[in-house]
Write a protein that binds this ligand. Structure first.
Ligand code: IPM
Ligand code: MN
Length: 362
């Protein structure tokens, strides 16, 4: 089992170190190799996704990714910005299916900004298409407008597009995921305005004919944003395009109390995947040892389940995370009165202790 470890920038290095520690505690034999990515790679090699890093990721069975980005790169030409590393990895590795679960842990029900009864027991799965849409559509750029409201003025444009095979494959992923869960898919679109999303809706409906046992409904993205905070537990699987999925998954993350708890998986057609926390590089708290490593540790569990065929090891990690939460250990983002505040390393150590069977003291 070959794992490419790409910690990246900001808190990325701190949280990935804890996930690696947890993987090493499992007594499985992994071959882990680390490489630079994002701003760290730009500083060292002049590119956020160096060829060697991409080659390592391609050769591995799975990629464990931290986070990329820092304000100091904001003025760089787009191709050199840290975000291009994750976009490039998704594109070059064909990672089209992004799984972003939003699970509200019983121990953290009160950390949500919503009323506890709205989120208690929440377990929804956002499946975001990851290699198409306005993120990658061509043409894009800047030019002098030839028509429109201000002909002759400078303007910028991007292209929203989806092809039938792109929509079909993500729809299959969503229906199959729903079969393993509560049998319901909500497809989110903007078919009332956008041709791309009328097509999306039509194709998802066609694919649904192959899954009569799964319930499908359609929702406009603005309404979905509202329903997510009104009655989040009404959802099971949400499937949507790249941009809507980006936005809705951040919203869904906050239902659970902290984005610091949420893992994600980005899969290709053959279960190879990139695993990363749903949160970013948090440069404001980088280097302080206070970041929550649990999203990354839970991402490692997803990696074991989806790409490395080690479901029992994944269960062990998830049970260990539950145990440390039940023991009252909390990083700052999920801390509340009556719990014990710990740092990044202490949290990782506690998960390792829970896995190796040592007791955790409150
Ligand atoms: C995410 C991030 C990325 C995205 C950025 C960093 C390119 O926000 O993974 O959700 O927009 O996809
Ligand atoms: Mn995002």
């Amino acid at each position: 089992m070959k794992i490419a470890v790409l910690p990246g920038d900001g808190i990325g290095t701190e949280i990935v170190a804890e996930a690696v520690k947890v993987l090493n505690a499992l007594d499985l034999s992994f071959e882990m190799e680390t490489a630079l990515v994002g701003g760290a790679a730009y500083d060292a090699h002049g590119h956020p996704l160096p060829d060697a890093t991409l080659a390592l990721a391609k050769a591995a069975d799975a990629v464990l990714f931290g986070a990329v980005g820092d304000w100091k790169y904001d003025r760089l030409e787009r191709q050199f910005r840290p975000e291009q590393a994750i976009l490039g990895l998704r594109k070059h590795l064909g990672l089209f299916a992004n799984f972003r679960p939003a699970i509200c842990y019983e121990q953290l029900t009160h950390a949500s900004s919503l009323k506890p009864e709205l989120v208690a027991g929440l377990d929804i799965l956002i499946i975001r298409e990851l290699t198409g849409d306005i993120y990658f559509g061509q043409p894009r750029g800047r030019r002098t407008a030839v028509d429109g409201h201000f002909p002759g003025a400078e303007e910028a444009f991007d292209t929203m597009r989806y092809s039938r095979p792109e929509i079909e494959r993500i729809a299959h992923v969503a229906f199959q995921a729903a079969r393993r869960r509560n049998g319901k898919v909500t497809s989110v679109d903007k078919a009332n305005v956008l041709e791309t999303f009328q097509f999306w809706k039509d194709v998802v409906t066609e694919v649904h004919a192959q899954y009569p046992d799964v319930k499908l409904d359609h929702m406009y993205v603005d309404n979905a944003a509202m329903q997510l905070v009104k009655a989040p537990k009404a959802f099971d699987v949400v499937v949507t395009g790249n941009m809507f999925g980006d936005i809705l998954s951040d919203e869904a993350a906050m239902l659970t109390g902290s984005i610091g708890m949420l893992p994600s998986a980005s899969l290709d057609a053959h279960n190879k995947g990139l695993y990363e926390p749903s949160h970013g590089s948090a440069p404001d708290i980088a280097g302080q040892g206070v970041a929550n490593p649990l999203a990354t540790i839970l991402s490692a569990a997803m990696m074991l389940r989806y790409s490395l065929q080690q479901p029992e090891a994944a269960d062990r990690i998830e049970r260990a995370v539950q145990a440390v939460l039940s023991a009252g250990l909390r990083t700052g983002d999920i801390w509340s009165e009556g719990t014990r505040k710990v740092g990044t390393r202490e949290m990782g150590d506690a998960v390792v202790a829970a896995i190796t069977g040592k007791t955790i003291t409150k």
